[in-house]
Design a protein around this ligand. Structure first.
Ligand SMILES: NC(=O)c1ccc[n+]([C@@H]2O[C@H](COP(=O)([O-])OP(=O)(O)OC[C@H]3O[C@@H](n4cnc5c(N)ncnc54)[C@H](OP(=O)(O)O)[C@@H]3O)[C@@H](O)[C@H]2O)c1
Length: 407
């Protein structure tokens, strides 16, 4: 007779619980052989992957991507219902930030180069928790909870049926949003929160009399930032192209400057000075934008367009970080002598911030701006759409396991 433990884990339990691995025991004479009979649903999943960096043709659909597993007790497995795309996905597809991401994934540099492949892109996610690690208290998350998250760029992304994340990175999805709408928010929200709150020092209690300028107000980060700052009572001015004016006015902007009508710094210089400038554009903006700040009042210029990842890609981790440190320190000192603060903003995963943002969304203070929805089989088209730029909201992909994509 079979031992009870082996009996309990027989074909029947395999059929009843398709998520638990099980071992089938074959008895042949006196010998017992153990075969892993995990069914394919538990070990593989559909996903869009890349096997090398390059242009859009590196995207490959597979039904055999590795199923993500819980490695740490604070992690959760989430079934992805919708994935949002951002400019960072297009950049990462081309290899941007590869050196820094490799260091984050493999700090001791044990793996061979290229071990990140097959790599799954997609930083925004809305879905349902399927499994919780042992340290995840049911008071925070349990199976079946609808959650959203911004996935750090060094982790496998959301263009897949499942993803594993730390419970610190996920948050309960706003009840009033569909998964498609929810997937438009987390990455830009976490970036804006990091730039405006953590770096810029703004919060809901100190914005009332502040004048904020957003350079590039009509994109993902800009449209989210406008709504959060208006909900906190700030006076918000943005730059964008003329045909985006309606969108940003609809989000509550106080003043709009069209950057396509001529040198944008000229009309901006005519305005009252600002307490904070959020720069989503980069390029030559640094040469004039700090002059728009109120001097000697603690005013800050925060730019999201920094050379940090490009430096580490070009020079390697050590030299790239050194170069980055020297650049940011010298610029900060130069501008401090003129009475204004120069800072770099960076995306940071932040489940707690998403909790606050979720409340603001459910209270009707922030809405999701979805520009276009794509199916799972249309990921390459969605990626091209983001690559073309001039977004009027977010590009979101509905993730459906039933959908057949050509492999
Ligand atoms: N450091 C980080 O961790 C981090 C994280 C996220 C994003 N970012 C960066 O932040 C920037 C914004 O991201 P996003 O997701 O908001 O991008 P996005 O959705 O593509 O939006 C960019 C917007 O910039 C506007 N624009 C382009 N040139 C402009 C100019 N000269 N003046 C004013 N507006 C201009 C475009 O608006 P119009 O159509 O009106 O021209 C477009 O809607 C990107 O450069 C991104 O790489 C950095």
């Amino acid at each position: 007779m079979l031992p009870l433990r082996q009996f309990a884990c027989s074909w029947w339990s395999c059929l009843l619980n398709s998520r638990a691995p099980c071992v089938k025991t074959l008895v042949h004479g006196d010998q017992r052989r153990l075969f892993n009979t995990s069914n394919s649903r538990m070990t593989i999943m559909p996903a869009w992957v890349i096997d090398r960096y390059g242009s859009n043709d590196v995207l490959r659909f597979t039904k055999n991507a590795g199923f993500p597993i819980i490695n740490y007790p604070n992690e959760v497995v989430v079934q992805v219902h919708a994935a949002g795309l951002n400019p960072i996905d297009v950049s990462m597809r081309g290899g941007y930030g590869a050196a820094t991401m490799a260091m984050k994934r493999d700090p001791l540099n044990i793996n061979q180069s290229g071990s990140e492949f097959p790599l799954i892109l997609g930083r925004d996610m809305s879905g349902v928790i399927m499994e919780c690690g042992l340290d995840v208290a049911p008071a925070y998350f349990k199976e079946g909870d609808e959650v959203w998250a911004a996935i750090p760029p060094w982790k496998q992304g959301s263009l897949a049926e499942f993803v594993v994340l730390s419970a610190n990175e996920v948050s309960k999805k706003p009840k009033c949003l569909s998964h498609i709408e929810a997937a438009a928010v987390p990455y830009v929200a976490a970036t804006a929160w990091s730039a405006l709150v953590n770096t810029g020092g703004l919060n809901k209690d100190n914005c009332a009399k502040k004048r904020i300028l957003i350079l590039g107000g009509s994109g993902g980060v800009g449209t989210f930032s406008i709504q959060m700052l208006k909900a906190w009572g700030a006076h918000v001015t943005v730059t964008c192209s003329q045909n985006a004016e309606r969108l940003v006015r609809g989000l509550g902007v106080d003043h709009v400057v069209d950057y396509t009508a001529g040198p944008v710094e000229v009309p901006l210089r005519a305005l009252e000075k600002f307490d904070l400038v959020l720069d989503n554009v980069g390029g030559d903006t640094e040469s004039w934008a700090l002059g728009l700040l109120k001097p000697w009042c603690g005013a800050k210029y925060v730019t999201l367009v920094t050379p940090f990842l490009r430096n580490t890609d070009r020079l390697g981790i050590a030299d790239g970080m050194l170069q980055t440190g020297v650049t940011v320190a010298s610029k900060a000192l130069k501008h401090l002598s003129k009475g204004v603060h120069y800072r770099w903003g960076m995306f940071a995963p932040n489940g707690l911030a998403l909790d606050d943002i979720s409340e603001m969304v459910d209270a009707g203070k922030i809405r999701a701006v979805v520009e276009e929805e794509f199916t799972f089989s249309q990921v390459p088209q969605a990626m091209l759409k983001v690559e073309k730029g001039h977004a009027r909201g977010k590009t979101v992909v509905k993730i459906s396991s039933g959908e057949d994509s050509a492999e």
